[in-house]
Design a binder for this molecule. Sequence first.
Ligand SMILES: [Fe+2]
Length: 178
Amino acid sequence: MNLVFRQIRAEGGCNSFILGDRASGTACLIDPRADHQETYEAYLAEQKLKATLVIDTHTHADHYSGSHLVAENFGARIAMGSSTQSARADIRLVDGQELEIGGELALRALATPGHTPDSVSLVLEGAWGRAAFTGDTLFIGGSGRTDFPGADASAQYDSIHSRLGALGDATWVLPAHD
Ligand SMILES: [Fe+2]
């Protein structure tokens, strides 16, 4: 496998990620914003990749998700945590669910509620090591707020300490904000 990885940082510190498999020509977008579609499309075209999957790590309160635009433009399926109230989700992720992007590229969903009830983290593993796309559950040196309706600070604590903590210190942390 030839892994393609790209972090796209928007104003306000929002991160979107593109993961691709060069061998199969397929890609996954994580937390795309509605107002950055052209950036994603240009990068995918440059890398000769087609988005087959788009994942929102949670229901975003701070920006408009562009997942439906990726779905419309590429025919990608939309995945979100199983408790999402969004009608857009084609795939409702349960804890431990494997998501095949194409070729040998796959992600594993970890249910990490707290910031929102539908928060999921996504684990990527390879010969190079392990990375976790942690959404707003875990930042670098902080965590997502838990004062919105539906948020649960106790669940957030357990998600960080028990779920993400179990991944080990060598894990790359790739948060939805920096
Ligand atoms: Fe958030």
